[in-house]
Design a binder for this molecule. Structure first.
Ligand code: UGA
Length: 440
């Protein structure tokens, strides 16, 4: 495997940029393609267009070896043996369905460059049935090429680690010889992970597509389950974090992904459960996936509750109150604010007449693009200065470690914990009013 496999990666967003860099790191020869020239310029320079720990380092080292290049010119993929499609599938405007425009455009643009024996590998999250439809397209336009579906399970913030050492490999392949060839081609690419005994499961297209969306649906359901328990806890004086710890000891339940608070956001979970529901409706399976509507509703209600909790804590009105918000990213170790619960809450407090100052270790620039009307500060002390209440809405490590002394500049002593991530006793002990979601 001296020179690895010649690979192209179409789409250099979160998924594609990380995949391209990691495949080069593993020894393959990779060309990344994107229609966005500015993104290609940044990547070619060895920089990441978004915050992702470890990514700039492997971009720089892979580019230096000569095994990784980026371009906007699709014709440069012509000598690659395997082509990964890693473009986005956002929520369609005005509907819950996934927008497949970019996936179709990528495959259409790729077809004229597919040499005999090459493999197109879908990585994007798509509605079940998409791979079969794209396989027909490939068969018509490049009869000697084939298609596989190889969903990705990486988490933002751990993207490099998850891509280099995945917890499982899923191959959706066609039946017969074409499927065996596709499996062998993917095995060569993932040789390092396979040598480390990573489970690899070979299946049909539909199952592979469903593995991806059902995994995200399960994770979203787990979070909304604990947040529904938080609603019950709020009404009964129970403590949802103790409840989570206690039920989490049952290995069948498990403690991970059982953190209650403001709920899930980001570019995947929210849009994926909506797209899955929309696909279910199309298939006449509305009832089977109707529960995902509840999962979504529970999740969104947490944001309403956070706004109410803030109002209650400030004596019943938000008008003219100075509120400091710590955390804007949809989760720590990310600058991603797509469907971010924290940013949403900050914007709603402002819309209700509060004076809102916000900060985040990484997401200020991305948040400004969506909500320029908020007041931004780069340090915690400037953000909390003269604040009547301080809200911790994304559980960055540095916010979890805050002490009452760090917030000495605030006017009030109200701290609201949107992620159940602070030490309640520490704050109460120092004379602060501490409140959170799902705990007395
Ligand atoms: C998610 C999945 O975890 C990945 O496996 C998947 O590959 C990815 O979507 C994708 O489809 O591309 P990601 O969006 O990076 O990954 O974020 P998660 O770590 O899943 O967190 C999602 C949201 O749930 C965050 O807003 C987080 O704050 C929230 N969350 C997570 C909770 O509210 N409670 C928890 O216990 C865990």
């Amino acid at each position: 495997m001296e020179f690895g496999v010649k690979i192209s990666v179409i789409g250099c967003g979160y998924l594609g940029a990380v995949h391209a860099a990691c495949m080069a790191e593993l020894g393959h020869e990779v060309i990344g393609v994107d229609v966005d020239q500015s993104k290609i310029d940044v990547l070619s320079d060895g920089r990441a267009p978004f915050f992702e720990p470890g990514l700039p380092e492997i971009l720089t080292s892979a580019i230096a070896t000569g095994r990784l290049r980026f371009t906007t010119d699709m014709s440069e993929v012509a000598d690659a043996e395997v082509h990964f499609v890693a473009v986005g599938t956002p929520q369609t405007k005005g509907s819950y369905a996934a927008d497949l425009t970019y996936v179709d455009a990528a495959v259409d643009a790729l077809i004229p460059h597919l040499a005999p024996g090459t493999l197109v590998v879908g990585k994007s999250t798509v509605p079940v049935g998409t791979a079969a439809r794209l396989a027909e397209k490939v068969a018509a336009g490049a009869p000697q090429a084939s298609l596989a579906w190889n969903p990705e399970f990486l988490r933002e913030g751990f993207a490099v680690q998850d891509t280099l050492g995945p917890d499982r490999l899923v191959y959706g392949v066609p039946a017969g010889d074409a499927g065996e060839r596709a499996t062998a081609q993917l095995d060569e690419i993932y040789a390092v992970a396979l040598a480390a005994d990573t489970p690899r499961i070979v299946m049909d297209y539909a199952t592979a597509e469903l593995v991806k969306v059902s995994a995200n649906a399960f994770l979203a359901t787990k979070i909304s389950f604990i947040n529904a328990m938080a609603e019950v806890a709020e009404a009964t004086g129970a403590d949802v974090t103790m409840l989570a710890d206690a039920i989490g000891h049952d290995v069948r339940i498990g403690r991970r992904f059982l953190n209650s608070g403001l709920g899930f956001g980001g570019g995947c979970l929210p849009k994926d459960i909506r797209a899955f529901r929309a696909r279910g409706e199309e298939l006449g399976l509305g009832e089977s996936l109707a529960f995902l509507g509840e999962v979504d509703a529970i999740n969104l209600r947490r944001r309403d509750r956070m706004v109410e909790l803030t109002r209650e804590s400030l004596g019943g009105s938000l008008k003219g109150k100075k509120i400091a918000v710590l955390g804007l990213a949809f989760k720590p170790d990310s600058d991603d604010v797509r469907d971010s619960p924290s940013l949403d809450v900050a914007a709603r407090l402002l819309a209700e007449g509060a004076l809102v100052t916000v900060t985040d270790p990484e997401a200020i620039e991305t948040a400004k693009r969506v909500h320029p009307e908020l007041a931004y500060e780069s340090t915690v002390s400037d953000t909390v200065a003269d604040a009547d209440a301080v809200l911790v809405l994304t559980e960055w490590k540095q916010y979890r470690a805050l002490t009452p002394e760090d917030l000495a500049g605030a006017a009030g002593t109200i701290i609201l914990d949107g992620r159940n991530c602070l030490d309640r006793d520490l704050w109460r002990g120092a004379g602060w009013t501490y409140a959170s979601l799902g705990r007395p």
